[in-house]
Design a protein around this ligand. Structure first.
Ligand SMILES: Nc1ncnc2c1ncn2[C@@H]1O[C@H](COP(=O)(O)OP(=O)(O)O)[C@@H](O)[C@H]1O
Ligand SMILES: [Mg+2]
Length: 303
């Protein structure tokens, strides 16, 4: 596999590489829909990479390639050294390595008891009872559900946020190396959503899981991602750090996307002639910068 130079010239092998990927749904029929037409991306181990783009731009189609739900029609996808076009691809192994969490994962719960739902995957992969229990316990703790408290609860008596945690724990119990989320915070209230995003970061920081996240929420993408890919009409059109991406606000708006509100405020101040930095992404950084520019102490604005 080719090597990529990152940082101080250190050589790393990406855990995921997409080259010139194309996909058309129902080709040759009247319902033919071209959804990917040249996507390139690369993800390094332990990164949090966000994929953003307008509705219908191909984000969900792209990520369904990562665990083999869709096979490459043209171009290639390589995950943890496995070329997904290989006829002897071990799909079971791939599904264990790449956990996929769709938009409303709680809809996929089906066992009566929480513990059984989370245990379903590990049992299916033939692990023994002690190992299953250990993994369920660990996965529940990772998402913030106490094992003793929740394992025997009725799945469908839980709140929406708790059910989503159960669904995620079910994927974590397989101990994936890559976790792919499609709109993980959709439908959650703001407090639960930010608790979720903090958990995702923790998974990367503590468990070294590589995270790929599709999101419409520019605030959370800006806070969470190390790098962002912008997908428009089935093509990867921009790649960079959140600062690099959101400082190109005209282009981002042309693509039908928003920039974080903090960035909009700072750019507004700049266009009024105030010499503030416009590439800031968090409220805290913006507050400091505004105080510096207007020569205020932070205490004065802190009310
Ligand atoms: N199962 C499908 N059958 C036919 N067309 C589809 C299917 N899923 C998606 N598409 C089409 O492919 C394009 C990309 O869709 P999708 O990958 O869901 O985009 P996104 O996730 O960015 O909203 C859209 O034009 C969509 O209508
Ligand atoms: Mg989608």
């Amino acid at each position: 596999m080719p090597l990529t130079a990152v940082g101080g010239g250190e050589l790393m092998t990406p855990v995921l590489r997409v080259e010139d990927l194309h996909h058309t749904y129902l080709p040759g029929t009247p319902f033919e829909a071209v959804s990917l037409q040249g996507v390139n991306m690369e993800v390094q181990e332990g990164e949090i990479v966000a994929i953003i783009g307008p509705t219908g731009s191909g984000k969900s189609t792209l990520i369904q390639h990562f665990n083999g739900l869709i096979s490459p029609q043209r171009g290639s996808v390589t995950v943890l050294g496995q070329d997904l076009r290989d006829h002897d691809l071990d799909i079971k192994r791939l599904r264990r390595q790449v956990g996929m969490i769709f938009q409303t994962p709680e809809q996929q719960l089906f066992e009566q008891y929480v513990g059984d739902d989370i245990a379903f995957g590990p049992r299916n992969f033939g692990l023994d009872a002690a190992e299953v229990r250990q993994r369920v316990k660990r996965a529940m703790e990772m998402v913030g559900l106490g094992f003793e408290d929740f394992k025997d609860r009725l799945t469908f008596s839980l709140s929406g946020g708790e059910m989503r945690k159960v669904a995620i724990a079910g994927v974590l119990a397989l101990e994936p190396r890559i976790l792919v989320f499609d709109e993980p915070t959709s439908g959650l209230d703001p407090a639960t959503a930010s608790e979720f995003l903090a958990k995702i970061r923790e998974l990367r920081d503590l468990e070294k899981v590589t995270i790929i996240i599709v999101s419409h929420n520019m605030e959370s993408v800006a806070q969470l991602a190390d790098r962002i890919y912008v997908i428009v009409q089935g093509q990867s059109v921009l790649e960079g750090t959140p600062q690099q991406i959101f400082s190109q606000s005209d282009q981002i708006r042309d693509y039908g996307l928003d920039t974080p509100q903090v960035t909009q405020v700072m750019q507004g101040l700049r266009s009024c002639g105030r010499p503030v930095r416009a590439d800031l992404l968090s409220v805290r950084e913006a507050e400091e910068e505004i105080c510096r520019c207007f020569d205020l102490t932070e205490r004065q604005v802190d009310h």
